[in-house]
Design a protein around this ligand. Structure first.
Ligand code: HMG
Ligand code: MG
Length: 303
């Protein structure tokens, strides 16, 4: 069994994390979080989403946050765009990458973006074309790739179908997302295999919520398949307002601890990452959801 020598992590905390907070987090805090993530060595940050503020008020400050970031060379900043309206607004903020987000489950597609899977692809197609014409990289998120809060288990054939549609409209990379964190390694492996029928190993990533404590195991099985790109979230923030009961993404700190412990490089300074996690956890007034983050932070206090 061989593991990748290097892994790329996209920290989705400012977006997936803060979209799910009950209280509105000020733009200045989001900007500071992005600054702390890049100081920790993150080279990919999912900053915000250009969605309807009626649907997700937490992301209404998208343009302000993008404008406030002191961009660091070598760091790429991505944003979610569900339709042309969102893309046109996003364009003014000069993202390096946009994310169209579809679902392997019909019911979740309806709840999250108010249209069927087929309609979502029709909406994404002009967004993808416009982004690529503007030289912006296009990633696709495939929600509910193993389970859905409304439909239960999702068969790999559904992922196969969605991945094929994404490929067909010119999406350059897809993330296999376990939106509600119900997946276990073999199910995740099957969803990933279905995706690999359409995208090569360098064009796929894992996006695992940790509701049932399976996200690290799911990450490990993907590493064993050769997958080397993952979305993670500082302090384990995250969730989706339209996926009830889902908790945060796997914590970036925990994945970095796992990878460094296996001799896999990330370019991330775990110490500084813990500071970033502590900063946002202090602001939110609750302990970090990262096990490694908490353990290492406590070790600092006692040493
Ligand atoms: P809709 O109501 O069907 O849209 O929502 P519409 O086209 O009929 O427009 C309705 C109103 O929204 C209009 O305004 C539009 O202008 C406005 P009004 O005339 O009523 O004043 N509007 C917009 N405003 C700003 N930005 C836009 C935009 N589009 C329309 N882009 C829509 C459809 C997709 C807009 C809506 O359902 C939506 O915004 N959904 C987003 C939900 C969301 O953000 N979910 C969380 C992100 S996905 C996620 O977390 C999963 C992920 O992490 C992977 C995983 O874990 O699975 C990525
Ligand atoms: Mg998510």
């Amino acid at each position: 069994m061989s593991y990748p020598l290097q892994v790329k992590l996209v920290d989705v905390g400012p977006r997936d994390g803060l979209q799910n907070e009950k209280q509105l987090v000020p733009a200045a805090i989001k900007i500071e979080l992005v600054h702390r993530l890049q100081a920790a060595g993150l080279k990919e940050i999912e900053v915000t989403s250009f969605v309807s503020p009626k649907w997700v008020p937490q992301m209404a400050d998208n343009a302000e946050v993008m404008a406030g970031i002191a961009r660091q060379p070598g760091v790429r900043y991505s944003v979610l765009t569900p339709n042309l309206k969102g893309f046109e607004a996003a364009l003014l903020s000069k993202p390096d990458e946009i994310v169209v987000f579809g679902s392997a489950s019909e019911a979740f597609s309806q709840k999250n973006i108010n249209c069927s899977i087929a309609e979502s692809i029709e909406r994404f197609a002009p967004v993808v074309a416009a982004a690529r014409a503007a030289g912006i990289f296009v990633r696709g998120a495939m929600s509910c790739a193993v389970g859905c809060p409304y439909e239960g288990d999702i068969a790999p054939e559904r992922v196969d179908y969605l991945a094929g549609l994404m490929k067909g409209i010119g999406v350059q990379h897809v993330g296999v997302a376990d939106t509600i964190g119900v997946g276990t390694p073999l199910k995740v492996q099957r969803a990933m295999e279905a995706t690999l029928k359409h995208f090569d190993i360098n064009q796929v990533s894992g996006h695992f919520h940790d509701t049932y404590g399976q996200a690290l195991a799911n990450t490990l099985i993907c590493l064993q398949m050769g997958v080397w790109q993952f979305d993670t979230s500082v302090a384990g923030l995250g969730g989706c307002p339209y996926a009830k009961g889902a908790t945060g993404n796997v914590a970036t700190e925990d994945v970095v601890y796992l990878l460094h412990g296996m001799g896999i490089e990330t370019g991330i300074d775990l110490d500084q990452l813990i500071n970033a996690g502590q900063f946002i956890s202090d602001y939110l007034g609750r302990p970090s959801n990262s096990r490694a983050g908490k353990a290492l932070f406590n070790q600092r206090l006692t040493s």
